[in-house]
Design a protein around this ligand. Structure first.
Ligand SMILES: Cc1cc2nc3c(=O)[nH]c(=O)nc-3n(C[C@H](O)[C@H](O)[C@H](O)COP(=O)(O)O)c2cc1C
Length: 192
């Protein structure tokens, strides 16, 4: 199984990326291949000028096409997900998340915006035809604390994250692969 992880914060170090990194380690322990991406893997020029021909964007889309799932992390910015992340999402093909399971992760300064993923990010993931978008994990800044050069997650957050990752892992396993759908439509045509 292959999963793309995408860190959607323009900042470094990043609290939301800390959630992603723990998730990557957990999945790798379950023998899931994780291909990590951050916004910094793309040229700002390509993102700002919506360069659909960018080789980096094309390579990312190609990786995404062969993946079973997407782990996506974002900070809450102005009660939504980060605008920088949107500039990347805007350049993806229309059905970029077809047949994929998605687990969204977010951090925010205020618990008042804990539903930002639900009302802002999830509709966008659905527009990209995600097969299944799981219940995400939100942590506020007091739960992701910088100690030295690393972020430490509050115990409760780690527990919620692991629970969400278990669901993600199960969903990856029951995912209907693209090849199955193709085979089904071939069969339907043959028997028509
Ligand atoms: C430009 C900007 C806008 C923000 N807007 C919000 C907001 O509307 N609601 C909120 O809860 N936190 C807001 N925050 C706080 C961040 O969401 C929070 O610090 C988050 O953990 C940062 O994640 P990161 O370190 O991965 O970038 C904002 C921060 C910045 C820099």
């Amino acid at each position: 199984m292959r999963v793309i992880s995408l860190a959607g914060s323009p900042r470094n170090p990043s609290r939301s990326t800390a959630l992603l990194q723990l998730s990557q380690r957990w999945l790798q322990q379950q023998n899931v291949e994780v291909i990590p991406y951050t916004l910094h893997d793309f040229r700002a020029d390509d993102l700002l000028h919506a360069n659909f021909n960018s080789p980096d964007i094309k390579a990312f889309s190609a990786q995404l096409a062969t993946a079973d799932g997407l782990l996506i992390a974002t900070p809450v910015y102005k009660a939504s997900f980060s605008g920088a992340l949107k500039t990347l999402i805007d350049l993806l093909p229309e059905r970029a998340l077809d047949h994929k399971v998605v687990l969204p992760l977010a951090t925010g300064g205020s618990i008042g915006h804990m539903l930002a993923v639900d009302y802002a990010l999830k509709p966008v993931l659905a527009a990209l035809k995600a097969q299944e978008v799981l219940h995400g994990v939100f942590a506020d800044d007091s739960q992701v604390v910088l100690s030295g050069e690393q972020f430490t997650l509050a115990e409760g957050v780690t527990a919620r994250l692991v629970e969400a990752l278990e669901s993600f892992y199960l969903a990856l396993n029951r995912r209907k692969p693209a090849t199955l759908k193709t085979a089904t439509s071939l069969l339907a045509r043959q028997t028509a």
